[in-house]
Ligand binder design. Structure first.
Ligand code: GDP
Ligand code: MN
Length: 379
């Protein structure tokens, strides 16, 4: 679960990580009043649950009070990466001397949390990792011992070059790690963590992602959820009991079981294609669920073919087939649909689908190959 920058900064404020004076606004008028209180210049920032807002024009420095309302209004009218901006954060403008990166993630391969830091701050860390991985400093953290002072100080010295700043960095890193641990985060980052002209450090941006599997331990955090700002299709799927994650490819997949869904995606890649989504219809299925699944996938214009891959156990293949028929009646499906249905009532399913546009296939590999081919071949 993701939360907005302004919510993450509130957590930072509570634990004593230095953040700018700032307030969130839902209207241009409100933004104006906040700017008046803070004094100019201010920075107005779109509050959406994606990164790269700066590049998309969602972060603007404003020098004059009379411009605040117009610019806040413009940002409030924007959509960034498909997400509508409903709130803006109005911050006092910091005099940046240099931008850094600081974050924590879970290193699954090494089964421990990792501190990541870089002097290449302000740029998305995924890009730094791809282009200049050497610029990212990493420290593995023993989960039992926690982040030790010397580990953070070493990184601080390397990045900032003097002990006073390294100690300030250590304080921030330890507080950030405590939040990461106590709140069951999957990721926490400050990008940029900035050094001001007087040498002090300030968290200018904040990203806090909670691990959904840990949310039951933090009922309060549920209250931070902003359903209106989440990927609308993912919300719709969740409400229908489906696990759906949108991806960038063109082969849509409807699969039962997370393991089979992962295997299906792997195989799509193996045959040179790109999956358009991860979708697990779950253990039991109904024609209704199938309809929601198909309509969510079909709403993605990138999808050029759909592969339905069902291993029927509790899930009945005839339910899936009936669901497909119903969908075809209600939605004009313009892309080929390939179905591999095996297991419970698969014979019945084939009878139901005979004479329809749905293309039955016998094996998973055969289905994947066909779907990749019909979606336009290897990428
Ligand atoms: P993101 O693009 O979504 O990561 O949004 P950020 O909050 O990280 O802002 C993007 C960039 O805007 C930062 O890397 C800074 O270069 C710049 N920026 C943000 N706030 C300030 C500020 O208070 N003062 C100055 N000078 N630049 C800022
Ligand atoms: Mn940022």
């Amino acid at each position: 679960m993701k939360i907005h920058e302004y919510q993450a900064k509130e957590i930072f404020r509570e634990v004593g990580i230095p953040v700018p004076r700032e307030k969130v606004a839902s209207s241009a008028k409100e933004a104006m009043a906040i700017a008046q209180g803070l004094g100019l210049p201010v920075v107005i920032k779109a509050q959406v649950l994606v990164g790269g807002r700066g590049k998309a024009g969602g972060v603007k420095k404003v020098e004059r009070l009379e411009d605040v309302e117009v610019i806040a209004g413009e940002i409030l009218g924007m959509s960034i990466k498909g997400l509508k901006v409903r709130k803006v954060l109005v911050s006092e403008c910091a005099d940046i001397e240099k931008e850094f990166y600081l974050g924590f993630i879970v290193d699954r391969a090494n089964q421990c949390p990792v501190l990541m830091a870089s002097a290449a701050g302000g740029i998305e860390i995924e890009q730094v990792a791809k282009e200049t991985p050497k610029k990212i400093l990493k420290v593995q953290i023993d989960p039992g011992a926690g982040l030790l002072g010397f580990q953070a100080r070493n990184i601080g010295m390397e990045l900032l070059g003097n002990i006073k700043q390294a100690l300030a960095f250590t304080g921030i890193a330890q507080k950030l790690y405590r939040v990461f641990l106590e709140q069951d985060c999957s990721l926490i980052e400050i990008n940029p963590l900035v050094r001001l002209n007087d040498g002090s450090l300030l968290a200018l941006d904040a990203k806090v992602n909670f691990d959904d599997n840990g949310l039951f331990r933090h009922r309060d955090n549920e209250g931070l959820r902003d359903v209106d700002s989440e990927e609308p299709k993912e919300v719709e799927a969740k409400q229908a009991g489906l696990s759906y994650i949108k991806l960038e490819g063109n082969v849509g997949c409807v699969v039962n079981g997370a393991g089979l869904a992962m295997a299906t995606m792997d195989l799509i890649k193996r045959y040179g294609g790109e999956p358009a989504n991860f979708l697990d219809v779950g253990g039991s299925s109904s024609p209704e669920k199938m309809k929601t699944a198909m309509s969510i996938i079909l709403s993605d214009p990138n999808v050029k073919a759909i592969l339905v891959n069902i291993f029927g156990g509790i899930t009945r293949c005839d339910d899936i087939a009936n669901g497909l028929l119903q969908v075809a009646k209600e939605i004009d499906i313009k892309v080929p649909v390939i179905a591999r249905l095996t297991g419970t009532h698969s014979g019945k399913a084939l009878e139901i689908l005979a004479g329809t546009r749905v293309l039955p296939v016998k094996t998973m590999a055969g289905g994947v190959k066909k779907a990749v081919e019909l979606a336009g071949g290897e990428k």
